[in-house]
Write a protein that binds this ligand. Structure first.
Ligand code: FE
Length: 203
């Protein structure tokens, strides 16, 4: 057992090599840094969290899918063709009226890449990793989300083997919305557990 970070150290090595290569290419004039930034941004905003948002929207719309997702996250996520390359198993923690879930990796930055893309900078920040375990309610409030005192907060510590994703609660006022419309309400931060999904636009 334990928190095996073998895969993440591999990721770190790759990241360092990519950074070194990028610096060299920029220096030689082969590459513009803003092109690299655009690529990273595309990965973060288009490729990553949209996958998780589609998964959440399906779970909100289809009780049988929701059951499969909670039973075996990786397998149900795989129904969309996402997944696997981070090497770990994805476990989905469902928010309810009684429990709010939040995800961290206390040792480094393990994260469900296949559904959320690249982790945000703050997720890798030592302060977040240390504090969210000790005072989750305070840390989540600093993100602008006040979890009601009556609600328990469960903190999930990711590892190379098991990575967690939060299934947020479906917002009120979304009856009759399509899966695509619902997916637009699901933010990256709501799937980490530091925000609620967006409210549907008022007509
Ligand atoms: Fe980690």
């Amino acid at each position: 057992m334990g928190h095996d970070h073998h895969h993440d150290h591999d990721h770190d090595d790759v990241a360092l090599r990519v950074q070194a290569l990028e610096a060299l290419l920029v220096e030689r004039g082969y590459l513009a840094t803003d092109a690299v930034d655009k690529l990273a941004e595309a990965y973060e905003h288009d490729v990553g969290p949209m996958n998780g948002a589609r998964v959440v929207a399906r779970a909100w719309s289809d009780p049988a899918y929701r059951a499969r997702l909670l039973e075996d996250g990786s397998k149900a996520i795989g129904e969309f063709g996402y997944g696997g390359f981070e090497g770990g198993h994805v476990v989905v923690a469902e928010n309810t009226d009684e429990v709010h879930n939040v995800v961290v990796c206390t040792l480094c930055s393990c994260y469900p890449w296949s559904v959320l893309g690249l982790p945000p900078t703050w997720y890798k920040d030592p302060a977040y990793r240390a504090r969210v375990v000790v005072e989750p309610r305070t840390v989540i409030a600093e993100f602008g989300l006040d979890v009601p005192a009556a609600k328990a907060i469960r903190v999930w510590d990711s590892s190379a083997e098991v990575r967690y994703m939060v299934l947020p609660q479906r917002p009120a006022g979304t009856d009759g919305m399509t899966e695509a419309e619902l997916a637009d309400l699901v933010t990256r931060d709501s799937m980490i557990g530091v925000a609620m999904p967006l409210e549907p636009a008022r007509a």
